[in-house]
Design a protein. Structure first.
Length: 94
C-alpha cells in the first residue's frame, strides 16, 4: 500500500453476474466513487475485475454491486496486486 492508502485488487466474481448489467453497473458505480480499473465477462460465466482505490471505496463498490436488482454475487476470489500508475478511468473490456 502506498502513502495514500491506494491499493489494487484483482477479483474473480461468481454468481449471477453475466447478462444482468454487471459490467455497466461496475463502470458507473466505480466512476462515481473515483475508482479506476476494468471489468470483463469470462467464458465460464464469471466476471473478472481489477479495481484500484482505497479499501473502503472498493468495499463500497462491491456492496453497491451486490445490491443490484438482478445481480447476485455468491463468491469473490481476490488478490492484492501492484498499482497501475497513471490509470484514469474504469472501463468494460470485451
Amino acid at each position: 500500500m502506498n502513502g495514500k492508502g491506494i491499493i489494487r485488487k484483482h477479483m474473480k466474481i461468481y454468481g449471477r453476474v453475466q447478462g444482468v448489467g454487471f459490467r455497466y453497473s461496475a463502470c458507473y458505480s466505480a466512476s462515481q466513487l473515483g475508482l479506476t480499473g476494468w471489468v470483463r465477462n469470462e467464458w465460464d460465466g464469471t466476471v473478472e475485475m481489477e479495481v484500484q482505490g482505497t479499501e473502503k471505496l472498493i468495499q463500497k463498490l462491491m456492496a453497491m454491486l451486490d445490491g443490484g436488482r438482478f445481480i447476485r454475487i455468491e463468491e469473490i476470489e481476490e488478490t492484492e496486486i501492484p498499482l497501475v500508475e497513471d490509470e484514469r478511468a474504469f472501463k468494460a473490456r470485451g
